[in-house]
Design a protein around this ligand. Sequence first.
Ligand SMILES: Cc1cc2nc3c(=O)[nH]c(=O)nc-3n(C[C@H](O)[C@H](O)[C@H](O)COP(=O)(O)O)c2cc1C
Length: 226
Amino acid sequence: MIRSDSASAFITTEHEIAGTRSSGPEARRSAADAALSRRSVRAYRDVPVTDDEVRQLLTLTGRAPSAFNLQPWRFIVVRDQATKDRLQAAAYGQKQVGEAPVVLAMYADMEDTMAHLDEVVHPDLPAEKKAATIAMLERNFGSMTAEARGVWANTQANIALGYLLLIAESEGFHTSPMLGFDVAATKGILGVPAHATITALVALGHGAEDGFRSHRHEVDRVARFV
Ligand SMILES: Cc1cc2nc3c(=O)[nH]c(=O)nc-3n(C[C@H](O)[C@H](O)[C@H](O)COP(=O)(O)O)c2cc1C
């Protein structure tokens, strides 16, 4: 068994690494195939990911649904090596942070969402319906604390995180989602607002390893048909 130090805290079963996986445009696959093949990859080759490719991934990620269609997710695309090195230190040394060509910092910002409801609600709504929708949202979320709003927004951003991981795999990239980082330090490095919730750091690139063999529960362990 091969186990990387950075991953060991997050792996509860034995896994093995079985060579380098294919990546790039020739490795594009359907969502179903991507769901089957995706693994967290914690070592990256020195192969660039372009801004256009990142934009395409974020466009597809933004197709994720959210309650009231509020889309409270935000992204910071980090490719500056000095910034990635600082992020790696904040992520307890996880080497994929410094090694991947791109690190996506994903966060949920409900305060920004609330401050811009005018552009958040559907543009096709007639003026009267639009005003009523904004008033309803201000009532609903205005009665919550900023902290509770942040937690709520993060539940929505996690839907987009799932999209991102699946879409990246289906487009021929590899990823490593992470919650193992010092939140305050990471916010400081990236200038993420104090009120925002960081959903995850995601290392993105072309893998230099296979990742650990998948271990998943059988459907009957997690589902009941009634
Ligand atoms: C939200 C989230 C946070 C995670 N944080 C870390 C992390 O900080 N470090 C790490 O090595 N893996 C992290 N993982 C990876 C999980 O350990 C991994 O997804 C799980 O073991 C299943 O393996 P797979 O992704 O290869 O299918 C995280 C995964 C998710 C979804």
